[in-house]
Write a protein that binds this ligand. Structure first.
Ligand code: NAD
Length: 709
């Protein structure tokens, strides 16, 4: 009767007792194992993973016990059989699955490997290529695929338990030896060696510094090289390596952080637990540029009818073509016909230049140029045209939500929905509430994120919100490092070795240098509005680098112009090569400004970039812009290519130790007193002073949630 859904000691004990009783009772001829409430088992409870008394050892023993039973044991798999749940099923002699069941070994995604002999049994059952694929990716497979692979013996559409009992009755008396996977040889391949070495390269490349996929590979390879018992020992060794690597802890943190970040609260007292969303049955997107195209695609994929609006027919045509191309590609990827996505149907996707077409939609997402006057004009129009309940969202990267809302007569329905490029791919949706945004509006945006299969993180309104605000000091340090003697390729290399998908300069080239340039012009930091006599490398008493402005003034906007911090094979090219022109510019620049270039080591590059970003994170927490460090980490993992196996910037800071982060910031700040981003934040200082508490306790040290409202 014990529920198998999440293993606990009690469940394992109950299973063991049941098996022993069955074995001892001569009237029992066969055994059937099933889960409760239509779910076989999702494996161990993730919260128990890192604890010292996790039941892995006893789980392996249980699987062996099942396999060695003298009576046939049949697994009835309904719902899911994941992780340890699937390993239990592999110990059974037969497996029957419901057609809707899914199976997988997702341990790798949590930085581990299937540690209850799964890496040794699965290749024996379904062969090395399929087993390696499942174990190194953690993907879930549907029952029908499991049947093709031979992972299950039978798939049923009706009662799985009854089918399993029928099968058990049928096989009573048949020899069990051939059904015991530990006794079977691993199926041979024509050239196992060649296959394995190719697979290893593939796995390593996809892992990007994450250990678990490589160790999963090694465990499966062990199955091909040694007898079962030795393979099991190897599996256990590799498991222990992963468990103590720190990566498993980071990945489990990241998993739980994503759940924690669903729980939003505002300093005004609104919260996820009390707010109810409005239904979104239709939407509109204004502006079909880089972002609007992806946003439309995302909405169509979520089955939400969309009205797409542009400023004139020419832009509309270009936008429509781009959207159609994206949707065709998505349809192919989803292996659906264009018919199923239904985007040729004007009731599902309509293109227009007429604002009146937005009269009846439930929600509008504005994605026009990053220009306050333009956005205000549009929101003013929307507030006149849209139906009273409609939610008005802006995709601005940094502009003030309150100012945009002030152009409407309904600021309670205005909210920031900050998508990331490409919007139909990136998982993050930063949701920004303004001074007047209603809890319903927040809940509706959160619901929208779910509908789009994205992670919505609710944050407060400030320049750059959370993600970009933390990015500013990071990119600023990267540029300062160039002034002082480094090169774009050196800085990028260090951050990519750390695990970022791309370094800050490659990223700027990809996003377009003109975006920041226009924003700095708007802020009066560069361009004609800068008063005569302003020192080139200083603004308002702080250090400033005009280097990015100089690039833009020479027409170097990054990939789109074929030149930026790197050179590219052509405008729009993607292969970055170091550019002697830029090295030359840097040398001249240092000459002009009397900067003596120095060698900057990897440690300084890493620490100045990361610790300034983390420092800003503490400021954000102290100001109540985000409810906790998990929110910041989820934003960085899903929107900024932060390596998940390092758990997000705030988690990373906790692993480095806050006193160390603080000491380093002190050191760099003393060397660069005119850089506020390096000055240690008071909240960081406080946490270091109270003895570096664990990350989950940080927020309790904020004397009071400072209300910005
Ligand atoms: P873009 O220049 O590629 O596209 C803007 C589109 O808006 C253009 O097609 C333009 O014709 C259209 N437009 C302008 N005025 C209009 C009007 N009055 N009515 C209808 N359409 C109009 O810009 P983008 O990169 O897609 O950025 C859009 C917004 O998203 C900006 O606020 C930007 O800051 C933000 N954003 C951009 C990125 C990014 O990586 N590009 C990421 C996140 C957020």
């Amino acid at each position: 009767t014990a529920s198998l859904f999440c293993f606990s000691f009690a469940v394992l004990q109950a299973l063991e007792d049941g098996l022993e009783k069955a074995d001892a009772d001569p009237s029992v001829k066969a055994v059937m194992i099933c889960g409760e409430n239509g779910k076989f088992s999702a494996g161990a409870d993730i919260r128990g993973f890192s604890s010292p008394n996790r039941p892995v050892k006893s789980l392996a023993a249980l699987v062996s016990l099942i396999e060695s039973s003298k009576k046939p044991v049949v697994a009835a798999i309904e719902g899911v059989a994941l992780g340890g749940g699937l390993e239990v099923a592999l110990g059974c002699h037969y497996r029957v699955a419901h057609v809707k069941a899914r199976m997988g070994l997702p341990e790798v995604t949590l930085g581990l490997l299937p540690g209850a002999e799964g890496t040794q049994r699965l290749p024996r059952l379904i062969g090395v290529p399929a087993a390696l694929d499942m174990i190194t990716t953690g993907k879930h497979i549907p029952a029908t695929e499991a049947l093709k692979l031979g992972l299950v013996d039978e798939v049923v559409e009706e009662n799985t338990v009854e089918a399993a009992i029928r099968l058990a009755n049928k096989v009573i008396g048949q020899p069990l030896g051939p059904r015991r996977l530990s006794l079977k040889p691993v199926p041979k391949l024509p050239d196992m060696e060649a296959f394995l070495s190719e697979a290893r390269v593939r796995v390593k490349k996809q892992a990007q510094g994450c250990l678990a996929p490589e160790l999963c590979f090694q465990a499966v390879r062990a199955a091909t090289q040694m007898p079962f018992a030795d393979g099991v020992r190897r599996e256990r060794e590799l498991f222990m390596v992963l468990l103590s690597s720190g990566q498993a802890r980071a990945l489990q943190y990241a998993f739980l952080a994503e759940r924690a970040a669903q729980k939003w609260t505002t300093p005004g007292g609104a919260s996820w637990s009390s707010a109810t969303p409005q239904p979104v049955r239709s939407a509109a997107v204004i502006g079909l540029g880089t972002m609007g195209r992806g946003i439309v695609t995302s909405l169509v994929k979520a089955n939400i009818p969309v009205v797409a609006l542009e400023q004139d027919l020419e832009y509309l045509n270009t936008g429509r073509k781009a959207v159609m191309l994206l949707l065709e590609r998505e349809a192919t990827k989803m292996e659906l016909g264009a018919q199923t996505l239904d985007f040729h149907n004007p009731a599902r996707l309509q293109f227009t230049v007429d604002f009146d077409s937005l009269r009846d939609v439930d929600l509008v997402i504005e994605a026009v140029f990053e220009n306050m006057a333009l956005k205000k004009e549009i929101f003013h129009k929307l507030s006149r045209i849209c139906k009273p309940g409609a939610l008005l969202c802006t995709n601005t990267s940094a502009l003030n939500i309150d100012e945009i809302a002030s152009a409407t007569s309904r600021p309670q329905q205005v909210i920031g929905t900050h998508f990331f490029s490409p919007a139909h791919v990136m998982r993050l949706l930063e949701i920004i509430y303004g001074r007047h945004t209603s809890p319903t509006a927040i809940a509706t945006a959160v619901q929208l994120a779910k509908a789009l299969k994205k992670v919505g993180v609710v944050v407060g309104n400030c320049f750059g919100f959370v993600g970009n605000r933390m990015m500013f000091p990071y990119v600023q340090q990267a540029v300062f490092l160039l002034e002082e003697g480094s090169r774009p390729e050196a800085v990028d290399r260090v951050l990519e070795d750390f695990g970022f998908k791309i370094g800050p300069f490659r990223m700027s080239d990809l996003a377009g240098l003109d975006v920041g340039w226009r924003s700095r012009q708007g802020q009066g930091l560069t361009g004609p509005s800068v008063p005569a006599g302003t020192p080139a490398r200083q603004r308002q008493g702080q250090r400033y680098s005009p280097l990015p402005d100089l690039l833009c003034e020479s027409g170097r906007f990054g990939q789109k112009t074929g030149k930026g911090w790197y050179q590219y094979e052509r405008a729009g090219g993607r292969t970055a090569t170091p550019d002697p022109w830029l090295h030359n510019l840097l040398a001249q620049y240092r000459d002009t400004h009397g900067i003596e270039p120095r060698f900057i080591d990897q440690e300084e590059i890493l620490e100045r970039c990361l610790f300034s970003l983390i420092n800003e994170g503490f400021a954000i927490l102290a100001e109540g812009i985000a409810s906790g460090p998990e929110h910041l980490d989820v934003i960085y993992i899903n929107g900024y290519g932060w390596p998940k196996h390092k758990g997000g910037p705030m988690f990373y800071a906790s692993t480095v130790g806050l006193p160390r982060v603080l000491a380093k910031l002190h050191k760099y700040s003393e060397a660069h007193p005119d850089v506020p981003g390096l000055r240690p934040n008071a909240f960081l200082k406080k946490l270091a002073a109270v003895g570096n508490p664990p990350i989950k306790e940080w927020m309790s040290y904020l004397s009071q949630q400072s209300s910005r409202l």
